[in-house]
Design a protein around this ligand. Structure first.
Ligand code: PNS
Length: 171
């Protein structure tokens, strides 16, 4: 595994401590790990790809074999272009399994040489998702300990910026 290059793809909108836990675990197993942010997501993201990239780079800079990149189009095409052989994904609970199985099998159908490897983040993060982090924060709840500090800061800036904009619109 130490010689293998793996791609950890996702939306990371925003990065959570669950993602970070998986990145740290993956970096110990694989020779090189590329965290790849999807560019052409249909979802309306809270953070731009550049903002997500900045947060990911800041939090992974101490991990020498981890790189952050973006991709668009099919994941398997990106994996091939990177000359990687593994896709790394996290599974938090059984509820993740069906979606992840579908993706892994579709990717295998498209590209039989690429293997998907699943890892479990620490159980303390098993309930954690970017969607819940955004919801809780936007409704005034605390996300301390659930996201890296830089993400908490950026969430504060973003949400304050949005409420100022809304207020200005009403005036
Ligand atoms: O963090 P997410 O949103 O669960 O990540 C999903 C992601 C980015 C891994 C998935 O949507 C993806 O790989 N998209 C790229 C397009 C693609 O290859 N689709 C077919 C995969 S089955």
């Amino acid at each position: 595994m130490k010689r293998m290059k793996a791609i950890y793809p996702g939306s990371f909108d925003p990065l959570t401590n669950g993602h970070l836990d998986l990145i740290e675990r993956g970096s110990k197993i694989f020779g090189e790990l590329v965290v790849a942010i999807l560019r052409n997501s249909e979802k309306a993201p809270l953070f731009s790809v550049e903002e997500r990239m900045e947060m990911l780079k800041a939090t992974t800079k101490s991990l020498g074999n981890v790189r952050v990149d973006t991709f668009e189009g099919l994941l398997v095409d990106y994996v091939a272009k990177q000359e990687a052989s593994v896709v790394l994904r996290g599974i938090r609970a059984i509820s993740d399994y069906e979606y992840e199985l579908q993706m892994a099998l579709m990717n295998r159908k498209l590209s039989p040489n690429i293997e998907t490897v699943f890892m479990m983040p620490a159980d303390t993060y098993s309930y954690l998702s970017s969607r819940l982090v955004k919801e809780v924060f936007q409704l005034g709840g605390s996300v301390r300990g659930l996201v890296p500090e830089i993400v908490e800061e950026r969430l504060r800036e973003k949400v304050n910026g949005q409420s100022k904009l809304k207020k200005a619109g009403r005036e």
